[in-house]
Design a protein around this ligand. Structure first.
Ligand code: FES
Length: 104
């Protein structure tokens, strides 16, 4: 089965170097726009204590969790050190006609 592309929002609704929360089908995601104007998506909850990452801070290609300042590379989901040790799941993103979609 192919990817299921879900519409998230207009591309300009996410500021550069920022993140939004996106809920769909009982799940929550975080959708990022990098300083290079690329879009990425991960699971929305920190792998440490299920805190919404969209409430955290985007710095370059890192999302910093608002609770204990755990950091992930949001392009790959890689956990960047204590207290986070479990990587985030990532999702494919595409922008078409000014609209952001993620594959879930
Ligand atoms: S809940 Fe995210 S670092 Fe602890």
């Amino acid at each position: 089965m192919g990817d299921n592309w879900i519409e998230v929002c207009a591309a300009d609704e996410i500021d550069e170097e920022d993140v939004i929360r996106f809920d769909h089908g009982g799940r929550t995601f975080a959708v990022y726009r990098s300083p290079e104007d690329e879009y990425f998506a991960t699971d929305g909850l920190c792998t440490h204590e299920k805190i919404h990452l969209a409430d955290g801070l985007v710095m370059d290609n890192i999302i910093e969790c608002p609770k204990h300042n755990g950091r992930f590379d949001y392009r790959t989901g890689e956990a960047k050190g204590a207290p986070v040790c479990v990587n985030l799941k990532t999702y494919s993103v595409k922008v078409e006609n000014g609209t952001v979609f993620i594959a879930i």
